[in-house]
Design a binder for this molecule. Structure first.
Ligand code: RIB
Ligand code: NA
Length: 306
């Protein structure tokens, strides 16, 4: 069985819930405040670890209270933190999140995540069959160095280019599996997309991306499910109708679950269905990393609908 290595961000999510989002210049009364472990890298690592993969995180924390709390939490989830460094040069990554009506807005301040370096990602001992995962909350030059090493070791590379920012030239060519939502796809394909668009529009946009010829592209469409292009051929994995409480980290759950399945040598189509089911559990609970499901929970859901 392969191992999952996630090079990525670790954040404390400071979450306020309210009846509605404030407009610019407006103050609204909130209902509750939570401190949830988050950050796309940490969320994906927690999902992979809870779903049974030997998982290591490569990242950085500040030497502050949030950093200590996150280290304790992540260790308890079974994530290997030997390659997570403490740095006195920056604060721990922090995301300020407002949730109203199950929709969120997020301001993320990278802090220590911006210091994750090519040297940091040179540390993991990658091997054939391992899965190397990253996202856009650490520097793209670092991701490029990580994926070049992974390719050389014949590990599989997974990129989740989130949040939506422009991509460095050449990076997508190093990606075996690209997982993105419609906003990120629109930005990278330089075309305007809306979540209500016909699948054909997403397929056209995905085919225009400067990936390698064999890159598998997965467009996560929220309630509508996931559109996958495998060998250029599209297939739709239908979404599950569930009561959504908090979508924060749902994409991360999908990425981490897929990585864990692939580390276990599950065929890609089965792995996609599994990851889709895992994400449908995540959106029914508050918080990002704390809402990741266990193997037992996903198995139970899949058995119910088998
Ligand atoms: O993808 C969700 C994550 O994005 C949150 O946990 C928050 O930290 C932001 O980075
Ligand atoms: Na959640």
């Amino acid at each position: 069985m392969g191992r999952v290595f996630v090079a990525g961000s670790i954040n404390m999510d400071v979450v306020a819930t309210a009846d509605r989002h404030p407009k610019v210049g407006e103050t609204v009364a909130g209902k509750a405040v939570h401190y949830f472990p988050g950050g796309k890298g940490a969320n994906q690592a927690v999902a992979a670890a809870k779903l049974g993969a030997a998982t290591a995180l490569v990242g950085r924390l500040g030497t502050d209270a949030f950093g200590q709390q996150l280290r304790t939490f992540l260790a308890a989830q079974g994530v290997d933190l030997a390659l997570v460094k403490d740095t006195a040069d920056a604060h721990t990554g922090t995301a300020v999140i407002t949730i109203a009506d199950a929709d969120n807005t997020i301001v993320v301040v990278p802090g220590a995540n911006a210091l994750v370096s090519a040297e940091d990602v040179a540390a993991p001992a990658l091997a054939k069959g391992d899965i190397a995962v990253s996202q856009f909350e650490i520097p793209q030059a670092t991701i490029g160095a990580f994926f070049k090493r992974a390719r050389a070791a014949r590990a599989t590379t997974i990129l989740n280019p989130a949040p939506a920012v422009a991509c460095a030239p050449g990076l997508l060519e190093l990606v075996d599996i690209l997982i993105l939502n419609e906003t990120e796809l629109g930005l990278l394909a330089q075309t305007a997309l809306h979540d209500t668009d016909e699948p054909a529009r997403f397929i056209d946009a995905a085919r225009r991306l400067p990936t390698g010829p064999d890159t598998i592209i997965c467009v996560t469409l929220g309630k509508r499910g996931v559109l996958a292009l495998i060998g250029g051929e599209p297939s739709l994995i239908a979404g599950r109708a569930v009561k959504t409480v908090d979508t924060t980290g749902a994409g991360d759950c999908f990425v981490g679950a897929l990585a864990a399945q692939l580390a276990n040598a599950t065929p890609i189509r089965d792995a996609l269905a599994y990851a889709n089911a895992a994400a449908s559990i995540c959106v029914q609970r508050m918080g990002a990393a704390p809402s990741m499901p266990t193997t037992a929970e996903v198995d139970e859901l899949l058995a119910k609908h088998a």
